[in-house]
Design a protein around this ligand. Structure first.
Ligand code: WTA
Length: 691
């Protein structure tokens, strides 16, 4: 550790890659002017709390060009097929595609006729170059253990594990559920599935048995890959026990492969195989199965507005093309980079920008298994220093947490290797953005705020440091990446006037877009393509300011973002009512200074059940064990009835106003056909309860 990070250079920083298009347009201009002038505007900026401002661009004396990006985006949208076809040329294809896009709205098939393999694109492609012997994954645990796997070692490991899966009967098209802690073997298992053309379905290891059962049964997985246990904040998480419990109600599962990670005692049944024993026996070469471009690489379950999570299904060629391109544009990946993405692989950020994108680019990535604040609230800084991370990609929640602990902690680490900072998952408040920029980046590193979703596969809106320098506005995700046709529209689907809040939409297909929802094309159509004709609807509020910068303003539906984790209110409500004492449940989010949103639950106990503290504890525990600790509510209120419309829909908006102390306003306009008296009664009752 050193006392101070490297001093910033007088001119900010200069472009680092001569291969960037546009390098000639602004050879010496900094991406961002870290001058007094900018910093003087900070108070103005801070008072905005999320509201857009034109703070920087207009006041800057230096004219920073956005020409290259604009030009590239214009050309891409004028002929998307030509543009994306060129990008696909960065992948390794066994057979070139016949058509770039087959678009039968709303179903897109990219690079049809093309054959490729995702694991070959991440690993085999490097076996003939010097990347072969460089670190692919540097792994760190919360207790300070570390491991490094080179590209060669990872390739060998994936080949062997693919043979293990093959031996267990896994073949192209089969589904494999992976339920593991954040260890390199999780990436190995995913890549091994990809090698065989099997579709992986990773379930976040923080989820509990019911969540696992639902996901395995929906995908009808043949094999589950897990570990004996994992660690979280020094506590053992007995994963095998969760799997054992789930197996009682997942009949499709024929085999379970168990990695020895935590060393806890496990019960072995007839379906179980130890990972290490099987790998030791397995041959070290497994030819990659070449699959058609739209072959499903993975299913990842995510929350929506219905009671059950949706299986977002991604293809291979389009998805990888999107990732390769966006990683280059946004992170400007170079061979010397050490990329530290703090996401868990159980979420889409881990899939896309921890497994597939960095490995395709042959960069070294850092994988951290643990909480950001255990054993001390310094873990990301400690790991970044130790690994020499050059790019850090994390969440606003993590930053808000670190910010609370003050500057001294990050300042005690040498973070001078960092050149770029990224965020994802939630809107970032300008104050937090500034803290990231100043305290962590020491005003040397651009901050890229990347907006995207499980469904979009890869980044959709972000500054693109690998293409051009656009002035940053703290809190704005800036512009769509080239080839993505995003806009903000009003209720009727017409482009909203600058500065007006509306809905974010995407007007053209893009290569990373989901193929469909697993086994449910109708729901896919209804969820994403029915709100506005011919446009993809992500469910986010946004606005475009006068400069065309995009500002994300939170979810427009009943999806919560708790510490960056996506959770559906209906899903949580069904989990509550699965408790024997609960008749009805309503869940809403309340804004939280650290986690973004906190879960507040209103529960109606069944007749004759006493509303006690013991019951409150019991239902919280019920949620922890059925869904997982991340879904545990912050507050639980017992009520006699819930405010509903005449058709029985819970009026969450009303509840939300109550918990956030907002004015209720005229409730007759809140929902059509609302049983007003009942609502008033319920509201009065809630108010009393909350007092
Ligand atoms: C939110 C995470 C504001 C948004 C990659 C989106 C963001 C949902 C940002 C998807 C951002 C993601 N600014 N909001 N930069 N990035 N979101 O599927 O509401 O877990 O719809 O994917 O996160 O969450 P998901």
């Amino acid at each position: 550790m050193v006392a101070n990070a490297r001093a910033k250079t007088a001119s900010g920083f200069t472009r680092s890659s001569s291969s960037n298009p546009g390098a000639d347009l602004c050879p010496a201009s900094p991406f961002f002017d870290p001058s007094e002038r900018f910093l003087k505007q900070t108070p103005h900026l801070l008072s905005l709390s999320g509201e857009p401002s034109r703070l920087y661009r207009e006041s800057s004396e230096r004219k920073v060009t956005v020409r290259t990006l604009e030009q590239m985006s214009k050309e891409a949208l004028a002929d998307p097929e030509k543009f994306w076809g060129e990008q696909a040329g960065n992948l390794v294809w066994h057979r070139r595609w016949d058509r770039v896009l087959e678009w039968n709205p709303p179903f897109a098939r990219w690079f049809t006729g093309g054959l490729l393999n995702a694991s070959a694109n991440c690993l085999d492609r490097h076996m003939g170059s010097e990347t072969k012997n460089k670190a692919a994954i540097i792994w760190e645990s919360e207790s300070g253990e570390s491991r490094t796997l080179t590209y060669f070692q990872l390739h060998r490991y994936v080949n062997k594990f693919a043979n293990v899966l093959m031996e267990l009967g896994v073949k192209k098209g089969d589904r494999v559920t992976i339920y593991m802690p954040m260890v390199p073997e999780l990436a190995v298992a995913m890549l091994a599935c990809a090698r065989l053309g099997a579709t992986h379905s990773v379930v976040f290891s923080g989820f509990s048995s019911q969540a696992l059962v639902d996901r395995v049964n929906d995908a009808l997985s043949k094999v589950v890959v897990t570990a004996d246990g994992g660690f979280r904040k020094g506590k053992l998480i007995d994963l095998k026990k969760v799997v054992d419990k789930s197996l009682l109600s997942t009949p499709s599962v024929e085999h379970v492969v168990v990695l020895k990670r935590a060393g806890n005692e496990v019960k072995f049944g007839p379906k179980d195989t130890w990972w290490h024993e099987a790998v030791e026996r397995a041959p070290s070469c497994c030819e990659p199965e070449m699959v058609e471009s739209a072959h499903p690489l993975f299913i990842l379950y995510t929350s929506g507005t219905t009671g059950k999570p949706k299986g977002v299904m991604h293809g291979t060629g389009g998805y990888l093309t999107h990732l390769y391109a966006t990683a280059k544009w946004v992170f400007d990946f170079k061979k010397t980079d050490v990329f530290f993405c703090t996401a868990d692989i159980g979420w889409v950020t881990g899939h896309s920008y921890m497994v597939y994108a960095p490995l395709m680019h042959g960069v070294t990535e850092v994988m951290y298994d643990g909480a950001p604040d255990y054993p001390a609230p310094d873990r990301h800084w400690a790991v970044a220093e130790k690994s020499g991370a050059t790019v850090l990609y994390t969440t606003p929640t993590a930053l808000r947490m670190y910010m609370k602990y003050g500057d001294a902690i990050p300042n005690s680490f040498d973070l001078s290797a960092l050149r770029l900072l990224g965020t994802v998952g939630e809107p970032i408040n300008p104050e937090v953005w500034m803290w990231y920029f100043k305290t962590i980046g020491k005003e040397r590193c651009p901050v890229v705020d990347t907006w995207w979703q499980t469904e979009t596969g890869g980044i959709m809106l972000s500054a693109c440091t690998g293409i051009d320098f656009v002035p940053m506005k703290p809190g704005s995700a800036t512009f769509p990446v080239p080839g993505v046709d995003a806009a903000v529209v009003d209720d009727e689907g017409k482009v909203a006037a600058p500065g007006t809040k509306g809905y974010l939409v995407v007007r053209k297909p893009w290569p990373g877009m989901l193929l469909s929802l697993w086994g449910d094309d109708e729901k896919y159509k209804k969820t994403y393509w029915s709100r506005f004709a011919g446009m993809y609807y992500p469910g986010d509020y946004a606005l475009a300011d006068g400069d065309g910068y995009l500002w994300l303003l939170g979810r427009a539906d009943d999806v919560l973002k708790v510490a960056g984790h996506r959770l559906g209110t209906m899903e949580l409500e069904s989990a509550f009512v699965s408790h024997k004492c609960i008749a009805e449940a309503a869940v809403v989010g309340r804004s939280d200074a650290t986690k973004g949103e906190a879960i507040i639950a209103f529960l109606v106990p069944k007749e004759g059940v006493e509303k006690s503290d013991a019951l409150r504890k019991e239902v919280v525990e019920h949620i922890r064990t059925t869904v997982g600790p991340i879904a545990a509510p912050d507050e639980v209120y017992f009520v006699g009835k819930l405010p509903k419309t005449r058709s029985g829909k819970i009026m969450r908006r009303l509840l939300k106003s109550i918990v956030s102390g907002d004015k209720i306003g005229d409730i007759t306009t809140l929902e059509d056909g609302a049983a007003i008296d009942e609502v008033r009664q319920a509201y009065d009752e809630l108010k009393k309860t909350l007092r």
